[in-house]
Ligand binder design. Structure first.
Ligand code: GTP
Ligand code: MG
Length: 602
């Protein structure tokens, strides 16, 4: 995206700024300067370019590669609670006694914290070996030694900072006021969508903090299950994460099941060429297995494992508070707050299909710059009008909204996104993936997917999205990103969005008729507002929100169309709420195999 030149624009009346909006060609790789922290002090590029939006000219890595590198990076990282007047230079000098530091940044979240990534893992061990258990004061500490540390100043008078204390990195989304200001200063609706994306997308630091949090939780889980892996999934890794979104993670015990194969590398000097060979111990006729306790079902095993991890987090997980074990849900989970990072965390067990969905969304989000911009705007629009909620119920989820945008982009002519079936047809043998009997195969190499020739503007796409779904035959058709075409609904759910991998399931089964109706009405109203924009309306009052900003106004605010609706009588509101609760509890009790009974969207 070209620089918006706010400095010059700020001197012009807003009205003339709006009239001078320019439609530019659409960048395929949206560049988002500033996502790498200034205090990283390095030119190095972030790992998952598509994760954070810093995509310009950066090779697009495979999802698995990004996750592997992030995990390894997190294992070399510590989280330190610091005094807020810390002298950055002295702090870094002190820490580098344990080994060179690769990156660091500071942030505030009910305290002042430093995230420090060493170049080597040994440095973390060295630092830990020097750390003390806290002096007993009034409370007794549980002596669990983690990578979450606390730095104290021995002598306050010696530590008066010679320079200003360390700069902090912001981990929260901007206020609505700030967002509206930014949107009003944009040059065009396209610019507004990219501005919104840039403002809300996860920053490089936030992504690091998410992976670090998983790594810290992994250390706790490993106390019981050595070799386990805690993998993040959902919007933290699928490129659609918004600052403040929850942190979904799952305990992967599959790695434990794999035997450790002892590898011996033999270099053959005899022939003056080096060759490697793998020596596996000869077990002859023997097969050694671990003795393990058996339980009647996988669900019971999951509940038992999560129960014990929940207890660990509650009893000795540093910074883990408000631990809730929600074990009877469709998908059992442990929910807790990680106080130091500020993340609301949902921990489940083996959830490989959800991770595969995250990988698929990562691919869609990385293929074309317009995808994430459109998804972010639609998600923000839905949140602004209470179509989504952080409370579970009959509301549409962010995951479903993302699927709707992907489907819509598959329907354009020419299509902006390929169907899942065509991604499957491009797959190589190494991409083949069957999970729980479901074929989850698709091409994972982004370079093998042909870019779209479609050059439609975001302004047009946003308007058409609202028009398309404002007039969609939800009563008879389902949405299906596998085939990229409408199909007859297999049941009477008001909204039917086929689960891409477990194809007999509906990911929006919880959505009630009244919530769908509300979505349709708001979509029509929003299409109408954008239509007026095209005609040069509404009146060019310099302060009036326009374009995307007008769509994001909360219900009842000035927006001419969105506030024109009659207020619903109280009885109807109560009826809607009861229907929502009923639909949700029915959904839980039916125990469908969808991902979760409790959804957590920002
Ligand atoms: P946020 O609202 O930003 O948290 O988006 P999210 O994509 O992380 O959604 P959420 O936290 O609700 O769920 C996490 C992940 O679980 C999603 O990204 C999906 O991969 C998966 N998921 C969520 N809901 C469903 C569902 O109904 N069915 C299936 N199959 N997967 C789901
Ligand atoms: Mg989530």
């Amino acid at each position: 995206m070209a620089a918006r030149g706010v400095g010059i624009l700020a001197r012009l009346p807003l009205h003339s700024q709006r009239r001078s909006r320019v439609q530019r060609s659409i960048p395929r790789h949206f560049s988002c300067p500033g996502t790498v922290a200034a205090n990283f002090g390095s030119e190095e590029q972030p790992l998952g370019s598509a994760e954070t939006g810093s995509e310009d000219k950066i090779p697009k890595k495979r999802f698995s590669e990004v996750q592997k590198e992030r995990r390894e990076q997190a294992q070399r990282t510590v989280l330190i609670h610091c005094p807020n007047n810390i002298n950055e230079k002295k702090f870094l000098k002190y820490l580098s006694q344990h080994g060179p530091i690769n990156k660091h940044f500071f942030y505030e979240s009910f305290g002042f914290y430093a995230v420090v990534e060493f170049c080597q893992k040994d440095s973390v061990n060295s630092l830990q070996s020097e750390a003390h258990t806290p002096n007993k004061s009034t409370e007794s500490a549980i002596p669990f030694k983690s990578r979450f540390l606390n730095l104290k100043l021995k002598n306050l008078s010696n530590q008066i900072p010679e320079q200003l204390s360390a700069q902090t990195n912001n981990q929260s989304p901007p206020s609505s006021k700030k967002l509206f200001e930014l949107l009003n200063y944009a040059e065009s609706i396209d610019d507004q969508l990219y501005t919104l994306l840039k403002t809300f997308q996860l920053t490089e630091e936030n992504v690091r903090l998410r992976h670090l949090t998983c790594s810290l939780i992994e250390d706790i889980a490993a106390a019981y299950f050595p070799g386990c892996v805690i993998r993040p999934f959902g919007s933290s890794v699928n490129t659609f994460g918004k600052l403040g979104c929850d942190l979904d993670m799952f305990l992967d015990l599959d790695e434990i099941g794999k035997p450790n194969v002892h590898k011996v590398i033999i270099i053959s000097f005899a022939r003056c060429i080096s060759s490697t060979s793998l020596h596996v111990r000869n077990a002859g006729n023997f097969l050694m297995e671990f003795q393990m306790k058996n339980v009647p079902s996988e669900r019971i095993a999951t509940q038992k494992i999560l129960s014990v991890i929940g207890e660990c987090l509650d009893n000795f997980g540093p910074g883990c508070v408000g631990v809730q074990k929600i074990l009877n849900a469709r998908c059992p989970l442990v929910r807790f707050s990680h106080q130091a990072s500020g993340f609301q965390c949902d921990l489940t067990t083996n959830n490989s299909i959800a991770l595969k969905s995250s990988e698929l969304l990562y691919i869609y989000g990385s293929l074309d710059a317009r995808v994430r911009a459109l998804v972010f705007s639609v998600r923000c629009w839905a949140r602004a009008h209470s179509l989504t909620s952080s409370i579970p119920g009959a509301w549409i989820t962010n995951f479903s909204l993302t699927m709707m945008v992907i489907f819509f982009l598959q329907r354009r002519s020419p299509p902006i996104l390929p169907t899942l079936d065509s991604l499957k047809s491009l797959a190589d043998a190494e991409d083949r993936c069957i999970l729980d009997g479901n074929n989850c195969t698709f091409i994972r190499d982004l370079y093998k997917i042909k870019p779209s020739g479609n050059t439609e503007t975001l302004e047009l796409l946003l308007k058409e999205f609202f028009e398309y779904f404002g007039n969609f035959a939800f009563n008879k058709n389902s949405i299906n990103i596998r085939q990229g075409r409408e199909q007859n609904k297999p049941d009477s759910s008001p909204l039917y969005i086929q689960n891409p991998f477990e194809t007999s399931l509906n990911i929006s089964k919880n959505v009630s008729q009244s919530q769908l109706q509300k979505f349709v009405e708001l979509a029509r109203d929003s299409a109408w507002i954008l239509e007026q924009e095209d005609k040069g309306q509404p009146s060019p009052s310099s302060k009036q929100p326009w374009g995307l900003a007008a769509l994001l106004l909360p219900p009842g605010a000035a927006s001419p169309s969105l506030s024109k609706k009659k207020k619903k009588p109280m009885a109807e509101k109560v009826k809607g709420l009861l229907a929502a609760i009923k639909s949700n509890s029915a959904d839980i009790s039916k125990g469908s195999r969808g991902k979760r009974a409790i959804s957590t969207q920002a």
